[in-house]
Design a protein around this ligand. Sequence first.
Ligand code: NAD
Ligand code: AHE
Ligand code: ZN
Length: 375
Amino acid sequence: MDVRAAVAFEAAKPLEITTVQLDGPKPGEVLVEIKATGICHTDDFTLSGADPEGLFPAILGHEGAGVVVDVGAGVTSVKRGDHVIPLYTPECRECPSCLSRKTNLCTAIRATQGQGVMPDGTSRFSIGGDKIHHYMGCSTFANFTVLPEIAVAKVDPNAPFDKICYIGCGVTTGIGAVINTAKVEAGSTAIVFGLGGIGLNVIQGLRLASADMIIGVDLNPTKKAWGERFGMTHFVNPSEIGAELVPYLVNLTKRGADSIGGADYTFDCTGNVKMMRQALEASHRGWGKSVVIGVAGAGQEVATRPFQLVTGRTWMGTAFGGARGRTDVPKIVEWYMAGKIEIDPMITHRLPLADINRGFELMHAGESIRSVVVY
Ligand code: NAD
Ligand code: AHE
Ligand code: ZN
């Protein structure tokens, strides 16, 4: 069938809106009509050419929501008409990783996903017979896509697509990093580096977890109001403090009889490896946990003095907020429907597919939190 897509033909070039051919679902796969998709910084990261796994041409996009329109042989967990969110972290419930209960990083299809193809090693997308790669197993920058059955979460059919698409990455990543990965306790102190589409969801996760002190750090002064909107208690702009950032933050987090300082929990949501180091070093001696969420490009490495770890800090990371997609994503949709979490104010721009490149421009200019393409 012919579908409309924004195709990344080459790195660092605008997406081209065009018609591509999509083959129907094979056994174990589902055809989904994508109704809306967010634009995440990771799409920009891959389009920039910095992603060591980046493949071109490809149909990017991994933050979608839509409706199942066809299913391949043997599919049992979803049917035509079901509303679903594609999962770049699937949940097969059978692989050693899923069975371990120690991680959400299902390994059932990770190898072929990284090669931009479906589990049988072929792509469903093409143009004039030439293969187009899938992306993160999702390719939501097309109005129809094919996904493995294990890579869709069935959600409440009353939930609006143009909001819950954000649960496909940003919302779940940010809130999950707090709840699943860091396991923040009530009364904690926390620092969030980078107040974009992910960092603001870390902040609302911290509010949900009843953290006491929630410090946001961002170079963009407009992010102060954004952070406060979701529960941030203090804002620090590194370019305005006129001091070294880490000692400044350590001092700010000193409480009561504690003369050492440092936050109980810190989160990097910038993808900048220098900020990742500062986040670790701003966590509390003896027990601080620092969670890397940001994604950094090929060749980038994190560094710190081993002393920082010897003295009891833990450096950890999270993908998709540690969420088990088919189990946890429907619950997060319910939290949204019940008013327990906010999504609407973070969706600052709605665009037709034809204007998708504008969404990337808004991100680069720091003007959007989330742009959502509505098909
Ligand atoms: P974004 O562009 O919306 O936000 C990034 C924010 O960081 C901006 O507000 C920017 O001003 C700020 N920032 C950048 N450099 C900074 C610096 N040096 N100091 C202070 N602030 C700085 O991006 P996003 O969509 O929120 O994504 C954030 C990061 O998280 C990206 O690296 C993205 O690829 C990654 N990500 C990871 C996961 C995961 O599962 N681990 C999921 C989604 C996104
Ligand atoms: N391909 C990159 C890594 C990109 C990456 O880490 N992706 C995150 C999700 S970011 C969503 O916006 C992820 O899920 N990682 C786990 C995984 O298995 O990919 C690289 O550096 O090679
Ligand atoms: Zn993402």
